[in-house]
Structure formats: structure tokens, C-alpha cells
Design a protein around this ligand. Structure first.
Ligand code: SF4
Length: 303
């Protein structure tokens, strides 16, 4: 579910767009759960927290970038170690030691800032049984380490966010710079099942998105791609716009829609990125149907 480190962000301008990012290190020191990435989208350093080191997910997206052919290094979350890793990384960022590392030595001064902590990683973060407890710990650590205003983002496919403990976690985040990026890759049940490959019905995802969006503005993350040579049909984009309208008409608030395409090696070889112009065309259609800001992210290099 880690779609932050988009190597092909389209240019709203600024230093980040000129930056050449040649690799996306997911390993920092000997960390198992907490890792920094240089994110063009965030215009700086984004700290990821992986609560699914076992790589298990309730979706099986055709474009997923998680390498499930390699066995996981660990399967369990050691919360004490996770807390230590996060605190140490925030201290490294503050002291500048982070930029002494070879992977981050080339980061320009303008981007040497931690922009967010994001629950993402190799699966669906809210599936972690003590998700609320970890959220509470993360919020406390960022305060303690001198980052009180740091944004905390949850990347999720929205399937589990109606669980009581996930609602509780989201309410905690609401009180402390929380942001919710919810996946919506389709407008029809058939296309959703083709892309996200799950038995959980689309209506459940839509109901959960609506519930979350009624409580606070949310970001929708929507990935479109070429599947066996074919981009999303026009009727699918039309149906997708209808779902966005349903959320807005139902009283949901959407602060931003991120339209993006495959930027790194996908799970299936028959999945390919859309051309930049195709991404823009989808964004234009959405803008014409919904009064919501739409941001686009291109493919760039797949690697
Ligand atoms: S939701 Fe999809 S993209 Fe995200 S980890 Fe699961 S299978 Fe991969």
C-alpha cells in the first residue's frame, strides 16, 4: 500500500520535480518497521511505518509493488522495536545524521525536511490488531521528539476502517494532524475486481469511504493503468466519476483526488503505465464532473 514515493510526480513545479531519484531505499540501518523515503509528492522525507511485514493483504492488486516472491524478513511486529526505530529516525533527521547516509547524501537542502509519517508498507495497516495502540504511540513519539506539527497519514484500501479500533485510531489522528488517503481504483464492481482482486464488495469500500469522508475531508488515491494493453474504458472512468459524485452528494468531503499510474514494477507483467497524456485526460474528466482538486502523477521510470 506504499504509493508515496512516486518516482514520476507531475510538475506543479519546485525543486522536487527537478530532482533525479535513482532508487527508493526501503532499508534504513537495520530497521524492520520504520523507513525513510525521499518523496517527490511530499517534497521531502516521508517516514513509512510497515505494520504488515508478513506482506499479507486483503487485496491482491494487479499493480501492487510489494515483492511477495521473496519471503518476509519477519512476520510479527515488535512494537517496542518499532517505537525505538521511529524515535531514532526522527533524531537522525533532526541532527542531520540521516543525510550522512549514502542514500540521502544527495538530497538537496530544500528537501531535507521530514514532511510526514505514513502508515503504509506491505499490506493493509488497519489490519494490525493493535493499530490504535500503535497510532497512540506514534503520536506521542512525534511530540516527544520535537515534531508536534508533523502530519500523520494513513494509506488504506478502506476495507477495514469501519472497525471500532480503526475508528478509534482515526479519531486520534484527527486530533493531531491526521490525513487519510483512501484507495478507489474503479467505478464498477467488475473493474474493481479485475484491478484489486478481492472478494470484498466495492459497495463496502464505497460505504466506508463515505462514512470516513463525512467525518473529515479525505484524499482519494486512484491508480489507472493499462491491463493487457488496454487502458480503462471510457465507461469505467464515467462510472468512477459517478462514485465520486455519490460520495460528495452523500455529504462526504474530498480534499484531493490523486490520479496516478504504475510507477514501479507491478505484481503482474501484463500491467503497464498509462502515458502522461492519458493520466491528464482522466484528471480532466474527473474535474469536469466533480468540484474537487485533482493532482496527477506520471509513471517515470519503472524500476
Ligand atoms: S492494497 Fe493492493 S497495492 Fe496495497 S498492499 Fe494490498 S495488494 Fe498491494
Amino acid at each position: 500500500m506504499d504509493e508515496r514515493d512516486d518516482s514520476g510526480a507531475s510538475p506543479p513545479g519546485g525543486a522536487a520535480t527537478a530532482l533525479k531519484i535513482t532508487h527508493h531505499p526501503r532499508h534504513y540501518r537495520e530497521n524492520l518497521y520504520v523507513y525513510p523515503v525521499l518523496s517527490r509528492r511530499a517534497r521531502g522525507i516521508s517516514i513509512g511505518i510497515n505494520l504488515n511485514p508478513d506482506k499479507i493483504c486483503n487485496f491482491d492488486c494487479v499493480y501492487c509493488q510489494v515483492d511477495r516472491t521473496a519471503p518476509p524478513a519477519v512476520r510479527e511486529v515488535d512494537e517496542g522495536r518499532l517505537r525505538d526505530e521511529l524515535a531514532a529516525l526522527l533524531r537522525d533527521a533532526r541532527s542531520g545524521a540521516l543525510y550522512d547516509r549514502p542514500e540521502f547524501g544527495q538530497v538537496p537542502p530544500a528537501l531535507r525536511e521530514v514532511r510526514d509519517i505514513t502508515f503504509s508498507g506491505d499490506g493493509e495497516p488497519p489490519s494490525y490488531p493493535n493499530f490504535a495502540g500503535v497510532v497512540r504511540d506514534v503520536l506521542a513519539i512525534k511530540q516527544r521528539e520535537g515534531f508536534p506539527d508533523l502530519k500523520v497519514v494513513l494509506l488504506t484500501n478502506a476495507t477495514l476502517i469501519d472497525r471500532a479500533q480503526v475508528r478509534e485510531a482515526m479519531a486520534l489522528m484527527d486530533q493531531d494532524h491526521g490525513e487519510f488517503w483512501l484507495k478507489l481504483d474503479a467505478g464498477t464492481e467488475a473493474y474493481y475486481r479485475t484491478v484489486d482482486r478481492t472478494t470484498i464488495p466495492l459497495r463496502k469500500v464505497l460505504a466506508n469511504i463515505l462514512e470516513a469522508a463525512r467525518l473529515r475531508p479525505v484524499v482519494l488515491q486512484s491508480l489507472f493503468m493499462r491491463i493487457r494493453g488496454a487502458g480503462p474504458p471510457a465507461e469505467e472512468i464515467d462510472a468512477y466519476c459517478g462514485r465520486v459524485r455519490d460520495i460528495l452528494d452523500g455529504g462526504g468531503r474530498i480534499s484531493l483526488i490523486q490520479v496516478y499510474t504504475v510507477a514501479r514494477r507491478p505484481a503482474e507483467t501484463w500491467v503497464e503505465p498509462l502515458a502522461d497524456a492519458e493520466v491528464e485526460a482522466i484528471a480532466r474528466t474527473i474535474r469536469s464532473r466533480a468540484e474537487v482538486p485533482v493532482e496527477t502523477f506520471y509513471s517515470g521510470r519503472i524500476g
